[in-house]
Structure formats: structure tokens, C-alpha cells
Ligand binder design. Structure first.
Ligand code: ATP
Length: 287
């Protein structure tokens, strides 16, 4: 029941849904987009666990001159609110919500599809007021992502806490794995996701064999919230061994999740965890 309790609800133009009007509802379960027509209700709910982050943005000043200026813009271009490139004439605030929705296909494969929901806030006459509303939604979504219970004052208004400072992720990347694309894979595929989720990280490029093992064994590992290994089986083996060679290995293993971004030649471990069927059960996840 508490999963269904409405935290926030509003009617919006959802720009990513053909500029249609939707009732948008936030509950602990997720973000629901509800479209009502001819006594029918269509509802799509994006589960909270699939939402990785959200950002308040403002429309960007158009750089096109003269003849094109009077034409309506087909695609929205946005910038950070104080970028200096914002369009002061547009009083709307935009909330970009980033989700990676888990979808099954016919072959029994699961795949995460990147989806951006764009909500336009323009009920007020001033940008500052619209932005305040957008931030209220942003904070509520961020709190849900963090698994924090939104707290209520007099049963109505959520009390928005400052989003806590968070620990960084430790990224260990082997530049020599496989075809030597580890750094490029991290920059091109992983950094954009971390930016959408606003997750800070420390990147360490391994300098030689056993670098990652020694590093994980001897560093103050609790300054990070998790370890992302970019490379093949060899570097994963080093990180796991480094963990178990620590005198406090029990605490380290329990507190630090280890993620693998396949960048090696074989990637046997990542493959067997994510792609191949285990017994009769098939659980395959592709990036
Ligand atoms: N900077 C480096 N220079 C040379 N070797 C390195 C460096 N960093 C790590 N290594 C070593 O490279 C070895 C192989 O790397 P890794 O397993 O990541 O790639 P791979 O062999 O291509 O992948 P797979 O094992 O999946 O086939 C690791 O065991 C590690 O000890």
C-alpha cells in the first residue's frame, strides 16, 4: 500500500512523448505517466530501480539568426541554468529524468533501454518559480533513488532534505586489456551514465601486472562506495584476490560491490554472469 502512496502529482506536457499532456505521478514504486482519453486510462510506470538520475535544465538560446528565428523549434536544446547560454525569454524549467528500463525480448534476453522523460514546468510567470517546482520533483526523485523514505509534513508536503554528499566510485581500468580499448569504453559508455546519475568517481589506470591487486590490498578502500573494473578476466581476478588478501577482507567484501565492464578479449566471467543460461533458468542481461 505505502508503495502506491502519491508523493507528487501534476499534469505536464511530456516533451519526449510527442508533446502530449500526461498526468504524472510519483510514488515509491516509480514514475507513472497517465494518459486519459475517451474514458480510458493508459498508464506506463517506470520503476524506481530503473531510474538513475534527473537534472533541472533550461532551454538554450537559439544561435540561428533572422529568417529561421520565427519558426517553432522542433527539438528542444537545453543547458544548465547558469551556463550563460540560457534563453531568458523561455520561462519554462525542464526536468530530464534518466531511466534504463529493463526489457525482455522474445529470445529470453533482457536488455536495458535508455529512456529520457522530459517534463516541462511552466505554471508560473517567472522562471525562478517554475524552476523551484522542477527542483521539488528532482529532489523527490533523487531521494527515492537513494531509497530514502520521503517524509511528510502534515500529510501533504514532502520535507526535502539536502541530498547527502556521497562517496565516489573507484574505477580500475586496464588499458592493455583485449584490443586496448578499456579507456575508450569507460569514457564512451560508462562516463555518460555516471554523469546522468551524478555519481562521482576516481579513475585509476593500471600501470603494470598486479597493480590492481596491490592497490586493492593496501588502499583505504572504504573511501569509495564500490569498485568498477574495466577489463578482462585477469584484472577482475586481481581485484578479487586483492580484496581477499586484506586483513579486513570480510568487511571489504561485504561493503563494496564490484562491477565488471567487459573490455578484455574473452570476458568469460562477465559473459557467464550476464549472458549465458544457468541450468534451466535463463537470465541474460546485455549492456
Ligand atoms: N598497464 C598494464 N600493462 C600490462 N599488463 C597489465 C597492465 N595492467 C594490467 N595488466 C595485466 O594484464 C592482464 C590481462 O588483462 P585482462 O584480463 O584485463 O585482459 P585480457 O587478457 O585481454 O582479457 P580476458 O582475460 O578476458 O581474455 C591482467 O592479468 C593484468 O595483470
Amino acid at each position: 500500500m505505502s508503495q502506491e502512496r502519491i508523493l507528487l502529482e501534476e499534469t505536464f506536457y511530456v516533451l519526449t512523448k510527442k508533446n502530449s499532456v500526461f498526468r504524472v505521478r510519483l510514488t515509491k514504486k516509480g514514475l507513472s505517466l497517465i494518459k486519459e482519453s475517451d474514458n480510458q486510462e493508459k498508464k506506463q510506470t517506470i520503476p524506481t530501480r530503473d531510474i538513475i538520475g534527473c537534472k533541472c535544465l533550461r532551454s538554450k538560446k537559439s544561435t540561428t539568426s533572422c529568417s529561421c528565428q520565427s519558426l517553432p523549434r522542433t527539438t528542444l536544446r537545453v543547458v544548465e541554468e547558469n551556463s550563460g547560454e540560457q534563453d531568458e525569454t523561455d520561462i519554462s524549467a525542464y526536468l530530464y529524468i534518466y531511466a534504463y528500463i529493463l526489457q525482455n525480448n522474445k529470445n529470453g534476453h533482457c536488455k536495458r533501454e535508455r529512456t529520457i522523460i522530459t517534463l516541462r514546468f511552466r505554471s508560473f510567470d517567472k522562471y525562478e518559480d517554475n524552476n523551484k517546482e522542477a527542483k521539488r520533483w528532482r529532489n523527490a526523485i533523487k531521494q527515492l533513488i537513494k531509497g530514502e523514505q520521503a517524509q511528510y509534513e502534515s500529510g501533504e508536503t514532502p520535507i526535502m532534505h539536502k541530498i547527502n554528499e556521497q562517496r565516489k566510485l573507484l574505477v580500475l581500468c586496464n588499458p592493455k586489456s583485449g584490443p586496448g580499448r578499456g579507456k575508450a569504453i569507460f569514457q564512451d559508455k560508462i562516463v555518460p551514465i555516471l554523469q546522468e546519475a551524478e555519481i562521482p568517481y576516481d579513475l585509476h589506470i593500471t600501470k603494470h601486472a598486479n597493480y590492481a591487486r596491490d592497490f586493492v590490498r593496501s588502499c583505504n578502500i572504504y573511501q569509495w562506495s564500490g569498485v568498477v573494473v574495466v577489463g578482462g578476466d585477469g584484472i577482475v581476478f586481481e581485484v578479487i584476490n586483492g580484496m581477499f588478501e586484506r586483513p579486513d577482507w570480510h568487511r571489504a567484501v561485504e561493503n563494496l560491490p564490484v562491477a565488471v565492464v567487459p573490455g578484455g578479449s574473452g570476458n568469460g566471467l562477465a559473459r557467464s554472469i550476464a549472458y549465458y543460461p544457468t541450468g534451466t533458468e535463463q537470465w541474460r542481461i546485455s549492456p
